[in-house]
Design a binder for this molecule. Structure first.
Ligand code: SF4
Ligand code: SF4
Length: 266
């Protein structure tokens, strides 16, 4: 593409995004600099991307003062420290109250996509990790259940969609670029794949899940992930899908103790 057209396009997008700033931008890093660059270099030139992304974060902070930036640091059991290292780095290098750095817990499945495998954290290990991060103040959030109006995510909300680069529509982030999971196109009113569409927001809904319906923690708990639910219901999956920290083995007592300490200190 000629340089002049590229320059004009860049200017057009800069002006448009400044005029209509996004509320939130999520940016993912695959760990601290060395690990990120090892996993995410440019496809053709193999050039590293960590420094470019950090520079772009600084640009966003400077130019889009009302936009929140959520920086997700991907972690599994082999690089938990990367979350703390990147968080400190961003706080020192960028230091904006518009930024939240949080751990993105990577889920890795076996070949048949029926269960999680190492080195990803299991559901209960994730619950314990989050409990520690929240109770140590490493992550803003509450170990005490909070009621959300919306249950779970885009896949389960009838009017939420993910738009792909060709105008194709998905219901779940996990499905992006999988042609068999496209549910429609932005220029076509028809649902293209009603089976997956209805499986996500009806078959996998909490009100069709006996375990959830009978559970003490509903409606405070936000329900289960529909993508993994679909694997369990229709493909022989064996994923543990409970989302509630208080339901993890031994964590209820820890949560109650933390709560007791909090109210007796205040
Ligand atoms: S704790 Fe588990 S079973 Fe209970 S409502 Fe939440 S996801 Fe469903
Ligand atoms: S269905 Fe699960 S994986 Fe997909 S967007 Fe919702 S929470 Fe994420």
């Amino acid at each position: 593409m000629p340089v002049l057209i590229l320059f004009c396009l860049k200017k057009f997008y800069r002006t448009a995004i400044k005029k209509y700033p996004l509320d939130i931008i999520q940016i993912t890093l695959d760990g601290q600099k060395e690990r990120h660059n090892h996993l995410r270099s440019l496809k053709k030139s193999l050039k590293p991307t960590f420094d470019i992304i950090v520079s772009n974060i600084k640009n966003i902070v400077r130019e889009l003062t009302t936009t929140k930036i959520h920086i997700r640091v991907n972690i599994d059991k082999t690089n938990l420290d990367d979350f703390f290292i990147v968080k400190k780095f961003i706080e020192t290098e960028v230091g904006s109250s518009n930024i939240i750095v949080y751990p993105g817990i990577i889920r890795l499945e076996n070949d048949s996509k029926t269960n999680l495998v190492e080195p990803s954290f299991s559901r209960w290990e994730t619950a314990e990790l989050l409990f520690n991060l929240f109770s140590n103040g490493d992550l803003n959030g509450s170990i005490y259940p909070t009621l959300h109006k919306a249950k779970t995510c885009c896949a389960m909300c009838v009017n939420s969609f993910i738009i792909g680069p060709y105008g194709e529509i998905y219901k779940c982030w996990n499905d992006v670029s999988d042609e068999t999971k496209i549910v429609g196109y932005i220029n076509d009113p028809k649902i293209k794949n009603p089976q997956i569409f209805y499986r996500y927001h009806t078959a996998c809904a909490w009100y069709n899940d006996k375990e959830c319906r009978d559970c003490f923690f509903l409606p405070i708990c936000n329900g289960k992930c529909a993508w993994y639910g679909e694997r369990n219901l229709f493909h022989g999956g064996k994923y543990n899908l409970c989302q509630c920290m208080q339901k993890a083995p031994d964590l209820l007592n820890n949560c109650l103790e933390a709560y007791y300490n909090k109210i007796t200190k205040s």
